[in-house]
Write a protein that binds this ligand. Structure first.
Ligand code: IDP
Ligand code: MG
Length: 152
């Protein structure tokens, strides 16, 4: 089953948005299979954002992501990678649609509250970077027949 890596950045944690953010994925019908709060090390931050290492905002981004606790999660479900990106909204919160997390709670690209994997392959890499296999729990939502039509 498809999985994605979602992280609530230090601004989202400090602003008390953890519950509301988790609630959006939960009420959508996705399944939470990994969850922890961590202080991100410089090394993990640099590995996670390696693709942006040449960008002018890189050092500020690393400083920001290591500046306070991050809530790291793995969510599972059909289409969760692309749907997760829609729930999160555009990178710049001012361009993000109302109804998305960034559209509802943010105004600055450097304080955009949340990370979500951008593709299935990226999700697999990010999940193995942030979580050990034994930290992930496979379980079946007993409500699933009310959320997903079988054989669809
Ligand atoms: P994404 O988080 O929507 O996938 P990316 O382009 O992958 O966006 O950028 C990663 C993160 O880098 C963004 O979420 C944001 O925190 C930060 N970032 C991107 N562009 C800028 C910028 O122009 N200024 C400051 N920070 C930026
Ligand atoms: Mg990205």
């Amino acid at each position: 089953m498809e999985r994605t890596f979602i992280a609530i950045k230090p601004d989202g944690v400090q602003r008390g948005l953890v519950g509301q953010i988790i609630g959006r994925f939960e009420t959508k019908g996705f399944t939470l299979v990994g969850l922890k709060i961590i202080s991100v090390t410089q090394k993990l931050a640099e590995q996670h954002y390696d693709v942006h290492k040449e960008k002018p905002f890189f050092s500020g981004l690393i400083e920001f992501i290591t500046s306070g606790p991050v809530v790291a999660m793995v969510w599972e479900g059909e289409g969760v990678v692309a749907s997760g990106r829609k729930i999160i909204g555009a990178t710049n919160p001012l361009s993000a649609e109302p109804g998305t997390i960034r559209g509802d709670y943010g105004i600055s690209v450097g304080r955009n509250l949340i990370h979500g994997s951008d593709a299935i392959e990226t999700a697999q890499k990010e999940i193995s970077l942030w979580f050990k296999e034994e930290e992930l729990v496979s379980w079946e939502l007993t409500l699933s027949t009310w959320i997903v039509e079988k054989n669809s």
